[in-house]
Design a protein around this ligand. Structure first.
Ligand SMILES: [Zn+2]
Length: 75
């Protein structure tokens, strides 16, 4: 399970979707047929060690799948 933090654009690569406040979780995963609210609420470390951002829908799904910790409950 990876750490998650309230969305912080400074964690993300300048010019990326995430740094602009968007949801990179859905933007980079075109195979997932999921609605996206578009606005990032969470920053989290992906499996490859890069920072990703997620909208509220992504946060919900990732926590449900056990991929990241719920916000505010970090170890
Ligand atoms: Zn999204």
């Amino acid at each position: 399970m990876n750490a998650s933090y309230p969305f912080d654009p400074a964690l993300h690569e300048p010019g990326s979707v995430a740094a602009r406040g968007g949801c990179s979780h859905h933007a980079e995963d075109s195979t997932e047929q999921t609605e996206c609210s578009g606005e990032a609420v969470v920053s989290f470390e992906g499996e490859d060690g890069t920072w990703r951002s997620g909208c509220s829908l992504a946060l919900e799904a990732l926590v449900e799948h056990g991929d990241i910790e719920p916000l505010g409950q970090g170890a």
